[in-house]
Design a protein around this ligand. Structure first.
Ligand code: GLU
Length: 374
C-alpha cells in the first residue's frame, strides 16, 4: 500500500542521528555503503541554507575493524572504551573525507547535559561552530564514562543535542522504515505509522515494551528520543537511512518514515531539563491533600504534606513525588537535603527555623521547580 503524502514541516536547523546499523552494516567495519548518501544529504541541506548537526555512532565498530583476529563478544567495559578511543578518530576521518567544509568533533557525556554550566558551554560551542559553517559531529565520550553515568545511547543523546542547540527538527536515520504497529520482522502484515500526534504510553506499547524482540532493534530508545524532542517543540522523523529515496523525499519536503509531531504546548526549557535531563535522587511521598493541591491548584509542596522520604539527596537535587498508593506524579528540585527534610516532614513551614536553625524556603519544592508527569 502506498503511504499517504505527508509534508515535512518546515525546518532550519536539524540534528541528524546516524546509528551503528548504517555506519557499520551487519556489525562489521565502518563502510561507505550508506554514509555516502547521508553525506550527500547533509551537503544539499547546507546548500539550501539549512544547518545540520550530525550525531554519529560507530566509534566502537570502527575500533573493532582495526583489530586483527576475532574480537570476542560481549566486550568488557574496558575493551569498549579502548576500542572507542581507537575508533573515534577513524569515524571523524570517515566523515571528513566526504566534505569540503570543516568538521568539528564534540564528545559529550551525561554531565554536560545535566549540569547547567556545562550545558551552556556546549550550547555556545555549537552555536559558534554553526556560525562558522562547520559541521559539528557528536558522539558520547565513551572512553571516560561508565554505563551508570552515560546518556547510554545516541538516540537519546541526539534528542538532548537537538534541545540544547534549539534545533527545529530531529532526524533519526536507521535501517527500518519507521514505527510499525507491530514488529515487522515477525509480522509481515505490520503497517507503518506515518504520523504520531503524541508520544504517549500507547505509542511505547506499539514498540512492544522493553522486553520485546522489536525493542532489541532500538525502537524504544528512538521513541524516548522522539518524546524528549517533541515535548520541547521539535518535530522528529524516524526514517530508513539505508534507502536512497528517503533522502530525495526529505529534500523535497516529503516526509518519509514516521513523523512525530511537535507538542503544541512545549515544556519550557527549565521544566524540560528537569524532566528529561536530571535523574532523581530520592522520592517524597505526599498525602491526598498535597497531591490535590499540586495537580489541581498549581501549589508548591510544603513540609506538612509530606508523609515519608527515601534516598540520600542533597539540597537542589531532583526528587520524584508520589501518592500514598506509590504513583509517581511529579518531579521537582528539593530545597532541603534528605537529612534535614526528614526532621521537618509533617510540620508547618513556620516551624522550620525552630527545628533546623535556618530556613532555605517555606516550600520543600517550589512550584517553579516542579513538573507534573502525565
Ligand atoms: N557511542 C557508541 C559508538 O560510537 C554508539 C552508541 C549508540 O549507537 O547508541 O560506538
Amino acid at each position: 500500500m502506498q503511504n499517504p503524502f505527508i509534508e515535512l514541516p518546515p525546518w532550519k536547523r536539524a540534528v541528524l542521528k546516524v546509528g551503528s546499523a548504517l555506519m557499520a552494516p551487519e556489525g562489521k567495519r565502518v563502510t561507505n555503503t550508506y554514509t555516502l548518501d547521508i553525506a550527500g544529504f547533509i551537503t544539499q541541506c547546507r546548500d539550501h541554507g539549512r544547518e545540520i548537526i550530525l550525531v554519529s555512532s560507530g566509534a566502537v565498530a570502527a575500533g573493532i575493524s582495526t583489530q586483527t583476529g576475532k574480537t570476542r563478544r560481549p566486550l568488557t567495559i574496558r575493551e569498549k572504551q579502548a576500542l572507542a578511543a581507537i575508533g573515534q578518530p577513524l569515524l571523524m576521518t570517515h566523515w571528513s573525507k566526504f566534505f569540503d567544509f570543516p568538521c568539528a568533533q564534540l564528545l559529550l557525556t551525561y554531565d554536560d547535559i545535566k549540569e547547567r554550566k556545562r550545558l551552556v558551554n556546549a550550547k555556545n560551542t555549537l552555536t559558534e561552530l554553526l556560525t562558522r559553517r562547520t559541521l559539528p559531529i557528536i558522539n558520547e565520550n565513551d572512553t571516560t564514562v561508565v554505563d551508570e553515568l552515560k546518556v547510554g545511547d545516541n538516540d537519546n543523546l541526539a534528542a538532548h543535542v537537538a534541545v540544547l542547540a534549539d534545533a527545529d527538527m530531529l532526524f533519526i536515520a536507521t535501517d527500518i522504515d519507521g514505527l510499525y504497529d507491530a514488529d515487522p520482522k515477525r509480522f509481515p502484515q505490520a503497517r507503518l505509522i506515518p504520523v504520531v500526534e503524541k508520544v504517549d504510553h500507547s505509542v511505547f506499547e506499539l514498540a512492544g515494551g522493553k522486553g520485546s524482540l522489536y525493542s532489541v532493534g532500538g525502537m524504544i530508545t528512538k521513541l524516548q528520543a522522539a518524546e524528549k524532542a517533541t515535548s520541547r517543540g521539535i518535530n522528529t522523523v524516524i526514517f530508513n537511512g539505508a534507502r536512497r529515496d528517503s533522502f530525495e523525499k526529505l529534500l523535497h519536503q516529503h516526509c518519509c518514515g514516521t513523523l512525530f509531531k511537535r507538542a503544541s504546548l512545549p515544556l519550557n526549557a527549565k521544566k524540560h531539563w528537569m524532566l528529561h535531563a536530571v535523574k532523581s535522587r530520592g522520592v517524597l511521598t505526599v498525602d491526598a491533600g498535597a497531591h490535590q493541591a499540586l495537580i489541581a491548584k498549581g501549589a508548591s509542596l510544603l513540609p506538612s504534606g509530606i508523609t515519608s522520604i527515601e534516598g540520600h539527596f542533597k539540597q537542589g537535587d531532583s526528587v520524584d513525588i508520589r501518592t500514598q498508593s506509590n504513583e509517581i506524579f511529579a518531579k521537582g528540585l528539593c530545597q532541603y537535603d534528605a537529612e534535614d527534610l526528614g526532621k521537618i516532614i509533617g510540620k508547618k513551614s513556620g516551624e522550620i527555623e525552630k527545628i533546623l536553625g535556618y530556613v532555605a524556603a517555606d516550600e520543600v519544592v517550589h512550584r517553579d521547580d516542579l513538573v507534573l508527569l502525565e
